[in-house]
Ligand binder design. Structure first.
Ligand code: KG4
Ligand code: ZN
Length: 328
């Protein structure tokens, strides 16, 4: 039995998996406190992790129907993420490993998002290309095997989810507003307005110009016009984000010739992006993988599956392991 902890941002999560990679529990507590600020406040996140981590772990053990004495290894998100938030999970895991005299495994959060595909698809074909899109990340990963992957493209400024959330805020929606744009866009015309897409080198992304374009566009319109065309504006803005994501991803497919393509992260819930991604798979005749929503957003099951692969490969961390904030 392996216990995994995730505390890199605003979700306190714990999961238990067995040695075959079967997820026995996947418990998550989202911190509600940040909604009133329209974004995650790091210090509040750290404190909330401290208050809930023990309850969340106890719950994960209970759902898996095991006791803490059955845990044979503990995996924890080492980074990237908010330093104070990571410290809570890492120190909890170190204490647990020390007390029980079991291996401690530091897991890379980004790589874990990618490995989440293995939970329900252990036979996924390698190499595959994964588009990871969430509130904190926008990356294209080239995955050679569970232990070897590289970032071939990334955002130079905002993440795709941030572009959704900041756009949603400008349109008067609550935080996080990505799913609200998705909902309004379903009845709108994606070609209503042509929002510009920044062209940056290689397989990288930039969303800050798009966000500013929406701001200037809204400033120029009368409130009645915006209200009347809310669905069309949402559809056009969403189309621009989707096109930016998929144009670069298409170029990456052509260059890297993967055996399959995969979508991950909270933005993978977007109905328009999902549809376009499936179409891309059909165009290139490639298998498409999109994990269950609970494995797309931040969760500890993905830390468990990644930790299990590292453990089996003998990649154990020492008790002197420290968290890191950036992926290098
Ligand atoms: O992976 P995730 O839960 O955590 C972070 O990395 O923060 O992703 C959350 C992001 C938010 O930006 C949220 O607005 C976005 O995913 N999101 C969506 C949709 N559902 C969640 N964006 C667009 N359309 C959706 N349906
Ligand atoms: Zn994440």
């Amino acid at each position: 039995m392996l216990l995994a902890i995730e505390s890199s941002c605003d979700e306190t999560a714990a999961s238990v998996c067995d040695l075959q990679g079967k997820i026995l529990s996947n418990v998550l507590r989202t911190q509600a406190i940040h909604a009133q600020y329209g974004g995650v406040i790091p210090e509040l996140a750290s404190r909330a992790h401290q208050q809930t981590i023990i309850t969340v772990v106890k719950h994960a053990l209970q759902v898996a129907q095991i006791s803490k004495n059955d845990v044979q290894a503990i995996a924890v998100t080492q980074g990237p993420g908010l330093i104070g938030a990571l410290l809570v999970g890492v120190h909890f895991a170190k204490g647990f490993a020390l007390a029980k005299n079991i291996p401690l495994i530091g897991v890379n959060h980004i790589e874990a998002h990618v490995l989440a595909h293995l939970i329900d698809n252990p036979d996924i074909e390698f190499p595959f290309l994964c588009l990871l899109v969430s509130g904190g990340h926008t990356q294209i990963m080239y995955v050679k095997n569970p232990l070897e992957m590289e970032i071939i493209g990334r955002t130079l400024d905002d993440a795709a989810g941030e572009a959704f959330d900041k756009g949603a805020k400008m349109l008067g929606f609550s935080y996080p507003g990505g799913h609200i744009i998705d909902k309004y866009a379903q009845n709108g015309n994606p070609d209503f307005y042509n929002f510009p897409i920044s062209d940056v080198p290689y397989f990288n992304y930039s969303f800050s110009g798009l966000k500013t374009a929406l701001l200037y566009y809204l400033q120029k319109q009368k409130p009645e016009f915006i209200q009347h065309n809310l669905e069309n504006i949402c559809a056009s803005y969403q189309h621009a984000i989707s096109k930016a994501l998929l144009d670069k991803f298409t170029q990456a497919i052509k260059k890297y010739k993967p055996k399959a393509i995969a979508l991950a992260g909270g933005v993978a819930a977007n109905s328009y992006i999902r549809t376009k991604f499936m179409e891309l798979g059909k165009t290139f005749n490639l298998e498409v993988y999109i994990p269950k929503f609970e494995y797309c957003t931040d969760n500890a099951a993905m830390i468990a599956i990644a930790g299990l692969h590292l453990w089996k490969a003998g990649k154990i961390s020492g008790l002197d392991m420290t968290p890191f904030t950036m992926y290098t």
